[in-house]
Design a protein around this ligand. Structure first.
Ligand SMILES: [Zn+2]
Ligand SMILES: [Zn+2]
Length: 207
């Protein structure tokens, strides 16, 4: 059962394209104020990120003061070969792997995704869906679903991108895939907002 008091995909001002007031402490305080009980802070990371230690310390401090569960995490890009664009240490934390580049070739995309799913460091596949230039057949979606399920990865219901597509979600559910919620907030107001994906949530929550 998905619980809308849990948001497992929230950004911070450690990147350069989120709201300036999206500090770790503001994020945690806001999440508390709107009644969330769990929050994962999952900043965009890559091989060059030099702020990781400071970021983790700040989350640790904020979480000690908080009345809610605060999970330190990262979101990293799935590269063309399926490796994840983050320093190895990030794998010890809650790690969302997402596509942030169009690879324009279905076989490349599927291969990259399968490698990401098999990666033991990855916990979640973020905002999953096909690229605009290709679609997947039912049996291909099913194969992915089985792989996700046997590798115990979570598929995120993403409020920013309304992902995964409904038909994928239904097939994944048949495969025994587990889901969770991510607002993908880049501003305080977006934290814990799931109005846009109530249809997807209902699909998961109805047996
Ligand atoms: Zn993303
Ligand atoms: Zn994100």
């Amino acid at each position: 059962m998905l619980d809308i008091r849990q948001d497992f995909h929230v950004h911070s001002n450690y990147n350069d394209h989120s709201a300036a007031n999206l500090t770790i402490s503001n994020v945690v305080n806001h999440a508390q104020k709107i009644g969330l009980d769990s929050l994962a802070i999952t900043e965009h990371v890559n091989m060059e990120s030099s702020w990781i230690e400071e970021y983790l310390n700040e989350i640790e401090l904020a979480s000690q003061k908080a009345d809610i569960k605060v999970i330190p995490g990262f979101e990293a890009k799935i590269l063309r070969d399926g490796s994840i664009n983050c320093p190895k240490e990030c794998g010890q934390y809650f790690l969302i792997a997402s596509f942030h580049t169009l690879y324009k070739e279905k076989s490349v995309w599927v291969n990259a995704l399968e490698n990401a799913i098999r990666n033991p460091q990855v916990n979640v596949i973020g905002h999953l869906g096909p690229e605009p230039t290709f679609s997947l057949e039912r049996n291909e979606i099913m194969e992915l679903g089985r792989l996700i399920s046997t590798n115990n990865k979570l598929v995120e219901l993403n409020a920013k991108y309304h992902r995964p597509p409904k038909d994928w979600l239904i097939i994944f559910k048949e495969c025994g895939v587990q889901f969770h919620l991510g607002s993908d907030a880049h501003s305080l107001d977006d934290i814990g907002r799931f109005e846009t994906i109530m249809d997807l949530i209902a699909l998961v929550n109805t047996s």
